[in-house]
Design a protein around this ligand. Structure first.
Ligand SMILES: Nc1ncnc2c1ncn2[C@@H]1O[C@H](COP(=O)(O)OP(=O)(O)OP(=O)(O)O)[C@@H](O)[C@H]1O
Ligand SMILES: Cc1ncc(C[n+]2csc(CCO)c2C)c(N)n1
Length: 265
């Protein structure tokens, strides 16, 4: 069985060449959702080759990106952070925002006739159509603003991981990231302790997982069963730079992101 390598290189200030033993770096596409933008959005933007807003995500880019640069002129920031595509059912984007980006040359796709798939789903489908050689390019889709807020939206976003299980998709908030570990591969996760960890979790999705084995965690699993109503691995801790996971079923991997801890006094 092949090994998938995972590394949150996109959270590091500049893309460094991949260390020995790690895969070549990914080609990133960024999807911005209609949720408070993470503080590191400008970094993700810089790493991405293609930037899309899911419907009301365009309002967030328009309203919130300038706030991340308080000493710069808001219009200058809006002019330099122009999404390539806005796609969705267009019930949340404001008219002034749509007009602003349409004038800037952003491609707008109104998919209001489809009320069965989410705006994130529509954006991921667009990326896969427009980057057909994604396997060679090692495509990785970063989704900003995917967690926190409405629970139905969060579950819809997680369902997109399952619907596009052969595509690397990472859901992000200020506090954590989530991605799928498909059962078709063994997984080696490189942990950048300057930006992520130590809290992490491994969660079966859709069905119980019969056997999971890990290394590199404080509470490692050894051929363990996980299921809702039984054991799921939450509040686990990464011990070092490398975690390995093998399982007979798809799992969600989640790890905390640093820089947003609030201390209780
Ligand atoms: N509170 C949230 N938490 C997580 N993801 C969100 C949240 N709000 C929006 N999203 C994501 O952003 C996308 C675009 O949001 P938008 O508000 O435009 O969606 P929508 O289809 O109008 O939602 P709804 O009609 O259910 O309110 C959604 O498809 C979803 O993926
Ligand atoms: C069983 C079922 N539940 C909910 C919806 C509603 N829905 C799901 S995705 C979507 C688009 C949101 O932009 C909407 C309205 C549906 N169609 N079918």
């Amino acid at each position: 069985m092949g090994v998938f390598f995972h590394s949150s290189d996109f959270l590091l200030p500049s893309s460094t060449s991949s260390p020995a033993g790690h895969p070549p770096s990914s080609t990133y596409a960024l999807v911005l959702l209609n949720q408070r933008l993470p503080k590191f959005t400008p970094l993700l933007w810089k790493h991405a080759k293609l930037r899309l807003c899911a419907d009301g995500g365009a309002n967030r880019v328009f309203d919130e990106l300038p706030l991340l640069f308080p000493h710069q002129d808001a219009t200058d920031i809006r002019n330099s952070y122009k999404p390539d595509v806005i796609r969705g059912d267009m019930d949340s984007i404001r008219t002034e925002v749509l007009d602003f980006y349409a004038k800037q040359g952003t491609k707008i796709f109104d998919e209001s006739e489809d009320q069965d798939t989410t705006d994130l789903h529509k954006c991921v489908a667009y990326i896969l159509q427009s980057m057909p050689n994604q396997e060679e390019s090692n495509l990785c889709i970063l989704v900003a603003g995917a967690l926190g807020g409405r629970f139905d939206h969060e579950m819809g976003n997680i369902n997109v991981l399952c619907r596009f299980s052969s595509t690397r998709i990472i859901l992000l908030s200020d506090d954590c990231l989530i991605h799928l570990l498909p059962r078709t591969h063994h997984h080696e996760i490189h942990v950048h302790s300057s930006v992520e960890g130590p809290h992490c979790g491994l969660i079966p999705i859709g069905m119980p997982s019969g056997r999971t084995t890990t290394t590199g965690l404080q509470w490692d699993l050894t051929d363990s069963e996980m299921k809702f109503g039984g054991l799921v691995s939450t509040s686990n801790i990464v011990k070092g730079e490398k975690v390995t996971v093998q399982s007979d079923s798809d799992l969600l991997w989640t790890i905390s992101l640093k820089g947003n801890e609030t201390k209780a006094f």
